[in-house]
Design a protein around this ligand. Sequence first.
Ligand SMILES: Nc1ncnc2c1ncn2[C@@H]1O[C@H](COP(=O)(O)OP(=O)(O)OP(=O)(O)O)[C@@H](O)[C@H]1O
Length: 247
Amino acid sequence: MIRTQGLTYAYPGGNALEFPDVDVAQGAVLLLSGPSGCGKSTWLALVAALVAPSSGSLVVAEQPLHALKNVAADAWRASAVGFLPQKLHLSAALTVYQNLALSFWAAGLAEDSARIHAALQALGVHGLAQRKPSQLSGGQAQRVALARAVLLQPRVLLADEPTASLDDEAAADAVALLLNTASQHHATLVIATHDARVATLIGAHSQGQIGLQCLSLLRKPLSNAEQSGQAGSALAASSTRGGEGTV
Ligand SMILES: Nc1ncnc2c1ncn2[C@@H]1O[C@H](COP(=O)(O)OP(=O)(O)OP(=O)(O)O)[C@@H](O)[C@H]1O
């Protein structure tokens, strides 16, 4: 779940970015769309506790983030948040397997080989475990990065521009993969993008929509099974900032 209220963030010397309030149920999907520069990456950084808001409140996976500082924020992020960045940040010097193993180290956990193999298997890239990232296709690398993102069973999965520079077929595959993977882990999924195709790909299943000045938010529960008993809260959208909200 992700709940924000009155969230703002100001870069040093810059105007404050104001974000709409959201209330996203555990296991639901949030599409974070808007033109370049409107604040999508900043919002993701706030939700991942990489930066602290200038004002407002933020609760992610039941954790009030204002209560988290430095090391505690790092530990919380490692266990609660899976991140699929636009630039995948796979270490070129390490194998696919070793890239995933790094996640355990970052979270202060003992390496769990069985879990690494299972994560790679689930995304169909198990056979590539001993390859280096330079020996992967773009799609294979994205699957490896997604396996890494969900390795520690995060409550929230954040994907930044996952369809950038993909053709239509690959973009549809990438979105389907994200939806399925998040659903399997019952993770709340956020896709940040300015790619209009993503709204279309998710839109067929959408339950509600809010249009705002800069960010437009579109959400749906992950699956029929999960939304029974949850749809109300998944759609309990509020848009007190930015105006013109409709659900
Ligand atoms: N480190 C920074 N210092 C000052 N201003 C910044 C910094 N990073 C981002 N900004 C500004 O904050 C605003 C929001 O940036 P952000 O990267 O969150 O937007 P975005 O919607 O993710 O853009 P894009 O789709 O191009 O990645 C922009 O006006 C940007 O210029």
